[in-house]
Design a protein around this ligand. Structure first.
Ligand code: FAD
Ligand code: FES
Ligand code: FES
Length: 487
């Protein structure tokens, strides 16, 4: 198999080849320091503020799709065969400002201007997808963009008006789409890419089998999918992570398979890519999904990365455990499946052997007599990490609780089931008293920590109150025993 030591990509309208790209060179540093494209700003360098927002176009099964990403935590070497679009590429007809830029000017959407290029890029991506958005859709598009001085009202007004300034069909990215897709197609690697020096080496396997082979060769390598956790290890902690194996380009890890009783999601599927199927198969997670990070991070971050990272405050493990999810781990030795709850052994310790990677997540679809919910408690609604998160799945037959799976994040060193609370529910009648008893039992399940997100007392109190909320919400909506008795 031919191996190459360069990556190729399209930057605005220029085809670029970079020999020996270092694994930890961020897209932002490359743009600003090496290409002098300084329109893209650095605010936080940790994916939070959106000042560095650019668009990345990628071919997925032959279809070219553009998404906003945070250039500060995206590694350049992971972008082989992609189209990087920066603020400098935006243009309107006949040399005028681009419709998004003109709307921002007319509605006074900028003061100091530091956030403005990032906001324009987010609104550009929204306009390309939907030129007549609702306020809610604009707010979602801006979840990952912080503006400290203008205030969002003029920005939202500008976003709502852009449709009147021009049609996305006439935008350069639409008009030139076929040519761009053909160019990117010609840039796809046909073999493994190994680039960069020994102490900052980037490896892009050609497929999943090659990924297993690479990890067999370099079992100590750092796997990087969306880089929304690993990016910060580099920009904030200056941690050496070489050799780095990038996997975000591997289509085999991006499959989504929905059957009558199971949803299987490849570990490399991003939150944005999973959004539609989550809404269809697990509608109780729709709002919860929208509260994971912000738009840019959801475009990059993967479910596999959230699990593999092993954080006690990752948002997907509690809800997936409550649904009885299992994961597949793959290596040169073959594949094995483990219940997700068994994967988390202790703080920083997971059941992943050297050479293994997470390849898929399998989520049983809820049964008719199952009531599911997911709640997240954080200081901000958007772009914030949980103090406490919970997935609750309760089975009810003729007003009796016959099964309960309750898993919390933020309450222990790992995402963990609340065994005593579950025991308090199973066999009880669906009632406020049963959920009160379960809430009290949480004190036997957990001894949470106090940290700057929440105190131990608050965590325990809110964890119990979420069980009471679950009961009240489903009682009030007549989705409790009355509906289920009729099933
Ligand atoms: C601004 C911001 C907001 C955030 N908000 C949230 C939030 O609200 N909720 C939340 O839960 N998280 C949040 N995160 C954290 C992060 O986005 C998630 O954990 C995300 O799912 C990580 O996925 P990734 O693909 O980016 O992982 P990466 O950063 O690429 O990797 C994370 C870890 O998983 C490993 N890994 C990745 N894929 C695999 C695989 N297939 N097999 C084995 N190991 C693998 C890596 O080696 C690394 O240890 C936020 C991050 C940022 C920057
Ligand atoms: S610089 Fe703040 S998100 Fe990138
Ligand atoms: S205009 Fe100053 S930060 Fe937004």
């Amino acid at each position: 198999m031919a191996q190459q030591n360069h990556i190729r990509f399209l930057l605005n309208d220029t085809e670029i080849t970079v020999e020996g790209a270092k694994a930890t060179l961020t897209l932002l540093d490359y743009l600003r320091l090496e290409r002098r494209l300084t329109g893209t700003k650095e605010g936080c360098a940790e994916g939070d503020c959106g000042a560095c927002t650019v668009l990345v176009g990628r071919l997925a099964n032959g279809v070219l799709r553009y998404e906003t990403v945070n250039a500060c935590i995206r590694f350049l070497a992971s972008l082989n065969g992609c189209h990087i679009v920066t603020i400098e590429h935006l243009r309107g007809e006949g040399g005028a400002l681009h419709p998004v830029q003109q709307a921002m000017v007319d509605f006074h959407g900028s003061q100091c201007g530091f956030c403005t290029p990032g906001i324009v890029m987010s609104l550009y991506a929204l306009w390309m997808e939907n030129s007549d958005p609702s306020v809610g859709q604009v707010e979602t598009a801006l979840q990952g963009n912080l503006c400290r001085c203008t205030g969002y009202e003029p920005i939202i007004k500008a976003a709502l008006a852009v449709g009147a300034y021009g049609s996305p069909a006439r935008d350069a990215l639409s008009v030139e789409r076929e040519t761009i897709a053909a160019t990117l197609n010609g840039m796809q690697a046909t073999g493994r890419i190994v680039a960069g020096p020994q102490d900052d080496m980037a490896i892009l396997p050609v497929d999943a089998a090659d990924l297993a082979a690479v990890l067999g060769e370099y079992p100590e390598a750092t796997i990087v999918a969306g880089a929304t956790d690993v990016g910060l290890w580099v920009t904030k902690f200056l941690k050496p992570i070489s050799p780095v194996v990038f996997i975000n380009h591997l289509e085999e890890l991006k499959t989504i398979d929905l059957s009558a009783d199971m949803l299987s999601i490849g570990a490399g599927v991003t939150y944005s890519e999973a959004e539609n199927v989550i809404r269809e198969a697990l509608p109780h997670l729709s709002e919860y999904w929208d509260r994971i990070a912000g738009w840019q991070v959801r475009n990059m971050g993967t479910i596999g990365g959230n699990i593999a990272n092993g954080s006690p405050i990752g948002d997907t493990p509690p809800v997936l455990i409550s649904l009885g999810a299992r994961i597949t781990l793959q290596s040169m030795e073959g594949a094995r499946e483990v219940p997700l709850e068994a994967y988390f052994i202790d703080y920083g310790k997971q059941d992943r052997k050297a050479g293994e990677f997470v390849s898929a997540i399998h989520i049983p679809r809820p049964k008719a007599n199952q009531i599911d919910a997911a709640y997240k408690i954080s200081k901000r609604r958007d772009e914030d990490i949980s103090a406490v998160a919970v997935g609750i799945s309760v089975t009810v037959d003729a007003a009796q609780i016959t099964g309960a799976r309750i898993a919390y994040g933020g309450m222990a060193a790992t995402p963990k089931r609340a065994a005593k609370a579950e025991d308090a529910l199973v066999g009880a009648a669906w009632s406020a008293a049963a959920f009160d008893a379960a809430a009290r039992a949480l004190a036997e399940d957990f001894a949470p920590l106090s940290d700057w997100r929440a105190s131990a007392e608050y965590r325990l109190l809110v964890a119990g109150n979420l069980l009471r909320r679950f009961h009240l919400e489903h009682d009030a909506a007549h989705e409790g025993p009355a509906r289920l008795a009729a099933v």
